[in-house]
Design a protein around this ligand. Structure first.
Ligand code: F0G
Length: 455
């Protein structure tokens, strides 16, 4: 591991996974990929691109649990965990589908739009790809407790992997402002779930103090093992695209671990000549939770000013993102952009992704909303290929969806709050409120006829 700021290379990470010298985040790096093996020594990593690609493809037909995981299948690009067979905890995460989005493509004014649906993971969010790796490393480190602060998905994922690995889990989540779907998962997987009267950033502060007192393993994305596991989404994506990178990849930005991980994977894949060019990685935030947007646009990337965050996309309701420096680095290295989107834009984009038969949770929909803006600004051209990373499943937050379709998402009137936005009219067009009828054939036939006339 090495510190992202001062470059020091500690032998082991402390409880908070921060550099003992300067306090910044740590990351894994792989000198063995570029150094020639010492005389007679067998290289641990065989990094010849064609051989790696063939090996990973072959594992798809294996009956071995680790080969069946869409994370561990790519273990040559991940740090070494000793005694892996004993410690690996896998739910066969990864292996997520890549879908074409024709309706969304028309809405965004582009021809070639795909979505990699990370919500199709075992606990229905992208967190599982990082969690399998970080939970396994905690198991290898003989921890009996793991812990995280979360807006919901990390806690659901951590609780599941802890249960599978016979570890206890402690979840700190903000009271209210987290979806029932996510909370219910943490309970079912047996976590000690503490709803704190604060926001996500407040939960993080308390957890950071807690890990100094108690021997719990911190499984937030400051833990660099999380980032390593999450890299595999990008590796798997390139494999699905026959190692032909798209022009753009667009991700939501909250705590900024995911964008950092995907960017790190892209840079490493290019270094290893698995891909020949880099896609632009762009990061989208909700306007009410936009510290990274402001960091880039207002402060030229020089500082990040924490804020009190507010958005209905509760997964990314984060005012002080831990991994902003890592995300900034990949944004700059890939030539990507940062954008912010309004609540109405998020709601419309979510309904459009739903109308393509895919669906996602609100935080994931910022990707399509952001793409539309990047297209309007001319950063994305109509002929370019784009992949949206959808981070969570539609059923994570059904409340949001039902309120949108009933027209009371913004507190009563249909799309009140920002009626001047062009999206408000589109929202009306997309709304499909349930129709309550008498239990009579004639009533249903009447509803069907009316729907046909309006279609
Ligand atoms: N999308 C979803 C569905 C999320 O749950 C999160 C983060 C993000 C996007 C943002 O990813 O933080 O890596 O930039 N959820 C965290 C949680 C913070 O606690 O579940 P990020």
């Amino acid at each position: 591991m090495r510190c992202i700021s001062c470059g020091s290379t500690p032998d082991s990470a402390g409880q908070n996974f921060r550099c003992a010298a300067c306090g910044d985040l740590l990351e894994f790096f792989f000198p063995e990929w570029t150094l020639a093996p010492l005389d007679g020594a067998k290289p641990r990593h065989h990094t010849e691109p064609a051989a790696l690609k063939a090996l990973w493809l072959k594992r798809r037909t294996s009956r071995h649990a680790l080969d069946q995981s869409g994370v561990w299948r790519f273990r040559e690009l991940l740090p070494h965990i000793p005694n892996l067979e004993e410690h690996a905890i896998t739910l066969r995460e990864g292996n997520t589908p890549l879908y074409r989005l024709p309706r969304c493509a028309r809405a965004a004014g582009v021809e070639n739009l795909l979505a990699k649906h990370q919500g199709m993971n075992p606990t229905a969010s992208f967190k599982d790809t990082g969690m399998t790796f970080a939970a396994s490393s905690a198991h290898q480190g003989r921890f009996s407790w793991v812990a995280c602060a979360s807006t919901g998905n990390t806690s659901a994922s951590m609780a599941a992997y802890a249960a599978r690995g016979n570890m206890h889990s402690l979840v700190l989540i903000p009271e209210g402002k987290i979806s029932w779907g996510k909370l219910s998962q943490a309970l079912d997987y047996g976590a000690l779930t503490c709803q704190l009267r604060t926001d996500f950033d407040g939960c993080v502060r308390i957890l950071n103090d807690l890990v100094r007192q108690k021997p719990v393993c911190l499984l937030n994305s400051v833990n660099p093992y999380r980032i390593e596991g999450q890299k595999t989404a990008a590796i798997e994506l390139m494999e699905q695209l026959a190692w032909e990178p798209p022009d753009h990849i667009i991700v939501p930005g909250g705590n900024l671990g995911n964008s950092s991980a995907i960017g790190k994977a892209l840079l490493e894949m290019r270094e290893l000549k698995l891909i020949s060019r880099l896609p632009k990685l762009s990061i989208i935030q909700a306007q009410g939770a936009n510290p990274f947007y402001r960091c880039v646009r207002e402060f030229g990337g020089k500082k990040l000013e924490p804020m009190t965050a507010d958005t209905l996309a509760t997964a990314i309701r984060i005012g002080s993102p831990a991994s902003w420096k890592k995300a900034l680095r990949v944004l700059q290295a890939t030539g990507g952009e940062v954008e912010q989107v309004t609540e109405v834009e998020i709601a419309v984009a979510k309904a459009e992704i739903g109308a393509d038969g895919i669906g996602c949770e609100p935080a994931s929909a910022v990707t399509l909303a952001g793409l539309k803006k990047l297209r309007r600004r001319g950063f994305v051209n109509p002929g370019e290929s784009i992949v949206l990373i959808l981070t969570g499943h539609a059923l994570k937050d059904p409340d949001f969806t039902i309120k949108f379709h009933r027209g009371d998402l913004f507190g009563g009137a249909p799309i009140a709050g920002a009626p001047d936005e062009p999206e408000a009219a589109q929202a009306k067009h997309l709304q499909r409120a349930p129709v309550v009828l008498d239990a009579a054939l004639g009533a249903v036939v009447g509803a069907l006829d009316a729907a046909e006339r309006n279609s």
